[in-house]
Design a binder for this molecule. Structure first.
Ligand code: COA
Length: 171
């Protein structure tokens, strides 16, 4: 059983603290907000994920597992009104298939819902199946809401052949 715990948000409220069924892993997984910039960049660069556009403002809505200096996992969300762009999901190779990626996705979905996001969008060239198994479906890029279309990740950084996926969040 992997137990997911969350750092309190700015208002001092925990937006999600739930159990997550996953075999084998027994340690508690602490997900913290605002990763150190240099550590986040190092992890993203290690897998060639887009990082050029990431500002300190973006990092306000990024989450990580592991230590400040050596995070094991990372995920971010850009909030655009009722739409959210899930981005920068990565788990260090040495800690994959232990449930960290799933926990980060679950966590950021809860964070988005708490911020009145009703639909999440993402672009991926490497993890379409992973997201499909977590309720995301591929849609044509032309169906993207304008606010998502105008993000740098969508407009400039992700290759044109990336899968564009979406998931509606429960209200
Ligand atoms: C995609 C990625 C984030 C997944 O991270 P992860 O930590 O390995 O993810 P999980 O461990 O939660 O899930 C991976 C698989 O391991 C399985 N798994 C999870 N916990 C497990 C455990 N304790 N024992 C055995 N298997 C387990 C999951 O069931 C899952 O399989 P499924 O997709 O068939 O359901 C990771 O592979 C990665 O960083 N890839 C490169 C970057 C990338 O592609 N990012 C996406 C761009 S948006």
């Amino acid at each position: 059983m992997l137990r997911l715990t969350s750092q309190d948000d700015e208002a001092g409220e925990t937006y999600r603290d739930s159990g997550l069924e996953a075999a084998v892993v027994t340690e508690s997984l602490l997900i913290r907000r605002r990763p150190p910039r240099s550590s986040a960049m190092t992890l993203l660069h290690s897998q060639g994920l887009p990082a050029l556009d990431i500002t300190d403002e973006h990092l306000e809505h990024f989450f990580f597992t592991g230590s400040d200096g050596s995070p094991t996992g990372l995920v971010g969300i850009e909030l655009h009104g009722a739409d959210g762009l899930l981005r920068s999901l990565i788990v260090a190779e040495s800690t994959r298939t232990r449930g960290i990626g799933s926990a980060l996705v679950q966590h950021v979905e809860g964070y988005a819902a708490a911020h009145q996001v009703s639909a999440l969008y993402l672009l991926t060239t490497t993890a379409e199946d992973f997201f499909e198994r977590r309720g995301y479906r591929r849609v044509d890029r032309s169906l993207s809401p304008p606010r998502i279309k105008s993000t740098r990740e969508f407009a400039q950084l992700c290759p044109a052949n990336s899968a564009f996926m979406t998931k509606r969040l429960p209200r």
